[in-house]
Ligand binder design. Structure first.
Ligand code: SF4
Ligand code: SF4
Length: 112
């Protein structure tokens, strides 16, 4: 279960992309793509892109998460998550997530 907390602290277990993937649910892929195109101002997101097993799980990733700078930084530094990093409270990279989803910080603290 812990591994379903993403590098940034988001909860992959509650993510519609992961839920659609593990249930092979094409209807949820479509509604998720519709929602994310608007929410993330990303008109190129298609239902076929909605496939992800989770940030820290083995398997396919949603391509935005695959390319995520936070995830890359965590891996480069050899951490499991940003919660292992002393710079987290002042980090301008992960703050892009934490300012909108403060519970991600709580999720990371719960891992330690
Ligand atoms: S890594 Fe995958 S499951 Fe986690 S938030 Fe990103 S898209 Fe959702
Ligand atoms: S520098 Fe920022 S993004 Fe990189 S591991 Fe530390 S907190 Fe995470």
């Amino acid at each position: 279960m812990e591994k379903l907390i993403a590098c940034c602290g988001l909860n992959c277990a509650a993510c519609d992309a992961r839920i659609a993937t593990i249930n092979n649910d094409d209807e949820l892929r479509k509604t998720t793509a519709d929602k994310w195109r608007v929410n993330y101002n990303s008109p190129d997101i298609t239902p076929a892109m909605i496939n992800c097993t989770g940030c820290r799980e083995e398997g396919i990733k949603f391509n935005y998460c695959e390319m995520c700078e936070i995830r890359k930084c965590v891996k480069m530094k050899g951490f499991d998550t940003c919660g292992d990093c002393r710079e987290m409270d002042t980090c301008s990279i992960v703050s892009a997530v934490h300012k909108y989803v403060p519970e991600a910080i709580t999720n990371l603290r719960s891992l330690n």
